[in-house]
Each structure stands twice: as structure tokens, then as C-alpha cells.
Design a protein. Structure first.
Length: 186
């Protein structure tokens, strides 16, 4: 159901924005870096860094992703009362964790997953839930306990996802790997 809603929203946005709406990873990165370049205030930069980090990683631009994620982590404490703060905390840790894992640092990746789970939440995290890419990557490397701990941490902000977290936890405890569905896309 969530995937259907997500696809519907993407279709509506595509119609609303016409051909200018970014549909490929490269187009999304171009838009993110354009917003970053055009930012005239620190808060605009704060908003743009998140997408720049995530899209850079998705295209394999590891050094750019690392730079953007670290910068986001440095400026985030200034915006603790901002609605986007929880997204920033979650996502800069997600990106740095995925980088650590690609570079063979499993323990560091797990630490970043736990830090991501300590996000205070946000309108997006509280409703749609967190991106599970790092959790999936860690599961693929055999790390189950850290992922279960992450699920427990996510419960404090993702009340709407309690049943899903319960299901995923049960699947992990029984030796299965959950299907994270749309939670790999956010």
C-alpha cells in the first residue's frame, strides 16, 4: 500500500512539475547541488546538504557524499528546533554509515545506524518512517543485533510504523531478512 501511495505521489508531482521534475539520480543530484550553490543563507544550505549527500552516495560519488554529510552533521546542532533537524541527524548518519560499510568498516557503519536511530524524528520520519538502506546493507553483512537495536530506537518517533517494526524484528529473530519495500526509497 505504501509503495502505491509513493508511486501515486511521484506521478502527481511529475504532472505538476512537468518535464523539469528530476526523475533520474543524476537529475536529482544536479538539483540538489544547484540548490546548494544558490543557497544564500545557512538554513538554505542546511536543507540542501541532506539531498546532496544522499544523491551523491547513490551515484557512487563517495568523497562528495562524505563531504556533504559531514558538513550537514556540523551545522545540524544549530537547527535543533527546526522541523528538518531529525531528518538531518538520521540522514547524515545514514550516508556516513553506508560509506563506512563500502570501505569495510562494519563496526563504524553499525555505530552510524544506531546514531541515526537516535534522531528525534521529523514530520517525514514520524509518518513514512526511516530509510532502511543502511539496515539492509548491514543485514547483508550478517549484522542482525545492531539492526534490531535500530528498530527499537525508531519506535520513539515512528509510532505509525510499530506493527511494521514488530514484523521486521520477528523476521530477523527467525533468521529471515525483511522486505523493507518503500522504506528503501525515502
Amino acid at each position: 500500500m505504501k509503495q502505491f501511495v509513493l508511486i501515486t505521489l511521484i506521478c502527481i508531482e511529475s504532472v505538476a512539475f512537468g518535464n523539469d521534475y528530476p526523475t533520474t539520480p543524476q537529475q536529482r543530484l544536479d538539483l540538489a547541488t544547484q540548490k546548494l550553490t544558490k543557497s544564500t543563507t545557512e538554513v538554505e544550505k542546511f536543507y540542501a546538504l541532506r539531498d546532496a549527500a544522499k544523491e551523491s552516495f547513490s551515484l557512487g560519488k563517495i568523497e562528495d557524499a562524505r563531504k556533504f554529510a559531514k558538513e550537514l552533521g556540523e551545522v545540524a546542532p544549530k537547527y535543533q528546533s527546526n522541523w528538518n533537524y531529525g531528518n538531518a541527524i538520521h540522514d547524515f548518519n545514514l550516508v556516513l554509515g553506508r560509506i563506512a560499510l563500502t570501505e569495510g568498516r562494519l563496526a563504524e557503519a553499525k555505530q552510524h545506524l544506531i546514531k541515526a536511530g537516535k534522531s528525534p524524528g521529523s514530520p517525514q520520519l514520524n509518518s513514512f518512517g526511516p530509510n532502511m538502506s543502511l539496515a539492509k546493507d548491514l543485514l547483508n553483512k550478517g549484522e542482525r543485533e545492531g539492526v534490531i537495536e535500530y528498530f527499537e530506537l525508531c519506535r520513539k518517533f515512528w509510532k505509525m510504523g510499530e506493527k511494521r517494526l514488530d514484523q521486521w524484528t520477528q523476521e530477523l529473530k527467525s533468521g529471515k531478512t525483511p522486505d523493507f519495500g518503500a522504506n528503501l526509497l525515502f
